[in-house]
Write a protein that binds this ligand. Structure first.
Ligand code: TYC
Length: 115
């Protein structure tokens, strides 16, 4: 826990001593759920299917069957979802995919979009 004297509940010092001393009071903090981003793969005519399956297994924790399913979805529909993440994680995944594709001279494109 990083924020509160009272841990996850917040409202750490709502109670007050009976002798009139001033005491710091914390009101419960409403932490909002983080924005989420879809990471998408785009189809192209040149990237080998096996490379796309490899990418999905390596960076998106898919097994071979799941990865093949996503790859074929992209192949047939033009775009497909690899996973849903918070901003920094989604950005890292996109960079990892794009770097590996470039290193291997494949035109594979990976993008993120806010949910
Ligand atoms: N269309 C590619 C082919 O026929 C395969 C492919 C699938 C490429 C998914 C990119 O995101 C992709 N070799």
């Amino acid at each position: 826990m990083t924020t509160g004297a009272a841990g996850s509940g917040g409202n750490g010092m709502a109670g007050r001593p009976s002798h009139g001393t001033a005491v710091a009071t914390r009101t419960k903090v409403a932490r909002k759920r983080p924005d989420l981003y879809r990471v998408l793969l785009l189809n192209d005519d040149y990237t080998p299917m096996e490379f796309v399956v490899h990418v999905l297994m390596r960076f998106f924790n898919k097994n071979e069957e799941e990865a093949t399913h996503v790859m074929l979805h992209v192949h047939h529909h033009g775009v497909g979802e690899c996973g849903i993440y918070t901003f920094e994680i989604a950005e890292t995944k996109v960079t990892q995919v794009m770097d590996l594709a470039r290193e291997n001279q494949h035109p594979l494109q990976c993008v993120m979009e806010k949910k």
